[in-house]
Design a binder for this molecule. Structure first.
Ligand code: FDA
Length: 282
């Protein structure tokens, strides 16, 4: 696999989309869906951002050709959010147009709090023009409950995660039990709201809580899906799928793997432990 070092291969599926498709096809055989992410973020020059737009263009067309069960995730700082707001929106629109034409969903990943407001504003604008966009919200942020109301008003589709960036206490809950409590509160609201919600977590406490809430409230399984990251908790993907829950795996690929990889290692000390343990096993 191109330039992905052995220790990153647990989390990164390949250096190009054809390598990533091998993973997608294996998961699809097990009736597990995929969201593919092109790695790269905080792009500072326009030609580089346009190269990534080109990559998504090819990716979306190849997904449609191959008729695989797969959608895409994208970071706005890859499309030039640090360079110029309108330039970034044009790039996003180009991707959403191709996605709409091919009936493929596009999730807008959420980055650090410097970008939260701009990402939500861009989502609100895009949701008026395109049917494909979805957005990620982070349960650790104090603002997220209000953001959920905004996104739902924009007829939005939400992936709820805990949040992976280091944030100040004025902006984000710092203690894991509080983040989990907030996650539970927010996911209830999303599950009851009637739109399809993506439950993005590897945490058994969160997963089991969601399952009992879903069962208690008889939420049909086309209204939610569980999501996990490639390389983490593989047995749990299959266990949930076998129980009849929809399961999507976030599968990243590309040469710019370092930032994503180090977030996976540094976001929670438990993960470093799991990575080390898994490295020695493999
Ligand atoms: P967390 O790391 O908090 O662990 C909690 C518990 O889960 C552990 O104590 C352990 O019991 C169990 N566990 C965790 N990993 C395990 C493992 N490998 N094996 C066994 N048990 C394990 N973030 C962001 O800021 N913006 C974004 O756009 C996204 N997008 C995104 C998409 C998807 C599909 C996912 C799954 C996650 C994201 N994230 C994200 C990352 C997210 O915010 C968060 O940092 C990680 O998912 C880690 O939080 P968890 O709830 O998964 O478990």
């Amino acid at each position: 696999m191109g330039s992905i070092p052995f220790y990153a291969k647990r989390f990164v599926s390949g250096s190009n989309c054809e390598e990533a498709f091998t993973v997608v096809e294996k998961l699809n055989e097990k009736k597990i869906s995929v969201t593919l992410d092109v790695l790269g973020e905080n792009i500072k020059d326009k030609p580089q951002a346009l190269k990534f737009v080109e990559e998504y263009d090819i990716l979306l067309k190849r997904i449609a050709e191959k008729k695989i069960d797969c959608y895409v995730s994208v970071k706005l700082t890859m499309l030039g959010l640090d360079i110029d707001h309108e330039f970034c929106y044009e790039n996003l629109s180009r991707i959403l147009k191709i996605a709409d034409e091919n009936n493929i969903r596009v999730a807008m990943d959420m980055e650090g709090t410097d970008y939260t407001e701009r990402t939500i504003a861009m989502y609100e604008r895009a949701a008026k023009e395109f049917k494909s966009p979805e957005i990620v919200l982070q349960a650790y942020l104090l603002r997220t409950e209000a953001d959920i109301n905004r996104i739902l008003a924009a007829n939005g589709k939400i992936r709820l995660c805990k949040g992976a960036y280091k944030e100040a206490p004025e902006k984000a809950l710092q203690k894991m039990p509080l983040i989990v409590e907030n996650y539970k509160k927010l996911i209830e609201k999303l599950l009851l709201n009637g739109r399809r919600v993506c439950i993005a977590s590897h945490d058994d406490e969160v997963i089991e809580y969601c399952i009992s809430f879903i069962e208690k409230n008889k939420i049909p399984n086309d209204r939610y899906e569980f999501q996990m990251l490639y390389g983490m908790r593989e047995k749990t993907w299959h266990r949930l799928r076998e129980k009849g829950h929809n399961m999507t795996i976030y599968v990243p690929y590309g040469e710019d793997w370092q930032a994503y990889y180090s977030r996976r290692l540094t976001e929670r000390k438990e993960n470093v432990f799991f990575v080390l343990k898994n490295l020695f096993k493999s």
